[in-house]
Structures are given as C-alpha cells and as structure tokens.
Unconditional design. Structure first.
Length: 326
C-alpha cells in the first residue's frame, strides 16, 4: 500500500499515528499511575484507563477529520458483518482453548479440569469482555492504528508494531495486579504475538470491521475464563516479579503453552499464505491525500496568479519591441 501514497500523505498518517499513540499512553498510563498512587488499583477507575485506546482514536479522528470523519469512523462498526463473525469466533477460541489446555496439561502431567460455573457466569464474563477490552481497546489498536500502519508498511510489519505497543501499554498492569496474563512476561509475548497475527488476518478478512475486532478480542478474553488455561490467581498472583521470571513450577505453564503452540501453528500457516495470508488492507475511510490536494490546488492557483501578472508585462514588452504603441 505504501508505494501508492504521496510523501505528504505519509507525513499526515505518521502525524496521526504519533498523536494517537501519545494520547493512548497519556490517558491510560495517567489513569493507571493515578490509581496506583491513590491506592485504587482494584477499583473500577482502572476501567477508564483500559478505554484509553478507543478514546484516543475518537479524539485524534475528530482533530484531523472533524464531525464528518467521526461519522465515517463509526460507520465501520458494521453490525451485520460483526454479528455473523461472533459465534464462529467464540467457537474457534473455545476449541483452541480446550484443545491447547488438554495438550499442555497432558504434556506437563497435570489434571485437565476446566470449570463451568453456569450460564449466568458465561454471560457475565462475555459482557465484561465486550465492554472493557473489546469496546475499550479495539476502536484504537485495530480500528485506528492498524488501519493506518498498513498504508505505511506491510501487514506483517504493521502487526509487529501493534504487538509492540499493545504489550508495552500493558506494562503497568503488573503493578495493578490485573489486566495481564499471570505468567512470566516472556511467555506472554510468545502467546500474544501469534494471536496478534491472527487478529490482523481477521481484521483484513472482515474488510476492517471494527465490531469484528471487538468480538475477536472479547471472545478470546472470555475463553481465558471458560477454558481456564491460565494458572490460578492464588497460585500465581499478577505482580512485577513476572517481568523477570523465566518459568513457573509444578506444571503450571503447561496448559498456557499448549494454547500458545496452537496459535503459533495457525499463525505460521497464515504467514505462509494459508487462508489467503494476512490479506489485503481494507479501504481507508478518510481522504488520505485531502490536505495534499488542497495544498496542490492552492499552489496551482498561486502559480496561475503569478503567471497572470507576468504575462501582460511579457506581452507589452513584446509589443513595444514591435512598435505597436507608437
């Protein structure tokens, strides 16, 4: 995609991305840090920080494109398409979660014992995942940032950039004690990288539907609870110690790594061209070259005015040379 853009359009997209990432980290880390300082790490105020990516996407879109731009942005929710993806996504993550848990538990020599706490629990978990990480993050990471990154670089490179910023954004959650996988950070990276690759595939396959991105994130998050492949919080509390830790004892890593291994198999298959590869980035809803076109028109008008002033002098000089005004 990048080769089709003018230098001015590239600069414009880079400015938008810089504004987006700065706003996202300022809002989220500001709220996370304030919650820690005030002893509110377990309070609902932290949820506002989780909404930093989406709030930033809305703010930056309004800054650059105004009200019409926001209408175009929200027009990408595409409810009909999103709803068609919901059950397949939920089924996919349930299968991967249960199969990976079983494989990992067998390899580690521990019991395979996913829990079911009733349908009310199932509904509660899904609603929370939709409202917090789903709608709170995915208008930003995929709906705003990935959309632009894929116009500046290949889908794979754009995926790596999103994975980097997404993981960095989660860093304060180790001190908050919630919001990140309670395994050593190095293994969380190994889990989330193939997941992000598959996420880019789904995003491009759905032609940039924001609701599909919301459902992708939420259904994966819900199956963390449904298939219980993470260590129990009592056995392994989320803390900064996990940043430098390399391993967990007693087979606790088995189910998690079993799921990660399946993600890697699918991600590598996609990268090799399977399922159509990472696909083609969807059409950009905003006129990327809008400002450049205005600048070009302004420059052209200025040139015409300069020529208009010069031409009479040139004509007069020419006529004078011929004695026309004698």
């Amino acid at each position: 995609m990048e080769e089709t853009l003018s230098n001015g359009a590239r600069r414009q997209l880079r400015r938008q991305l810089a504004a987006y990432f700065l706003a996202t980290f300022a809002i989220s880390w500001g709220i996370f840090g304030s919650a820690l300082a005030l002893g509110l790490a377990r309070s609902p105020v932290v949820i506002l920080g989780v909404w930093g990516p989406t709030l930033s996407a809305i703010i930056v879109t309004a800054m650059f494109y105004g009200r019409d731009g926001l209408k175009r942005f929200f027009g990408r929710i595409d409810a009909a398409k999103g709803l068609r993806w919901f059950l397949p996504l939920l089924g996919f993550f349930l299968v991967i979660g249960l199969a990976g848990h079983f494989i990992g538990a067998a390899a580690a020599g521990i019991e395979f014992d996913p829990k079911f706490w009733g349908w009310a629990w199932v509904a509660q978990v899904m609603v929370m995942q939709l409202l917090i990480p789903g709608f709170g993050e995915e208008f930003g990471w995929r709906g705003f940032a990935l959309q632009r990154l894929q116009y500046l670089m290949s889908p794979f490179k754009a995926t790596l950039v999103i994975a980097f910023f997404h993981l960095l954004w989660h860093a304060p959650t180790y001190w908050l004690g919630q919001g990140m996988h309670n395994v050593p950070a190095i293994w969380a990276v190994c889990f989330l990288l193939p997941w992000t690759i598959l996420f880019t595939w789904a995003y491009n396959k759905s032609k940039g539907s924001i609701l599909v991105s919301v459902f992708f994130h939420a259904t994966m998050g819900a199956t963390l609870s449904y298939t219980a492949f993470l260590p129990g919080e009592k056995a392994v509390p989320l803390s900064p110690d996990l940043i430098t830790m390399a391993w967990l004892p007693d087979g606790l890593m088995g189910p998690y790594l079993g799921v990660a291994a399946l993600y890697w198999v699918l991600a590598l298959y996609v990268l090799s061209g399977g399922f159509g590869g990472l696909g083609t980035p969807p059409a950009f809803e905003h006129p990327i070259d809008e400002r450049d076109e205005k600048g070009a028109v302004a420059a052209q008008v200025a040139m015409m005015r300069r020529n208009a002033h010069r031409e009479p002098r040139a004509t007069t000089s020419s006529l004078d040379e011929q004695g026309a005004f004698d």
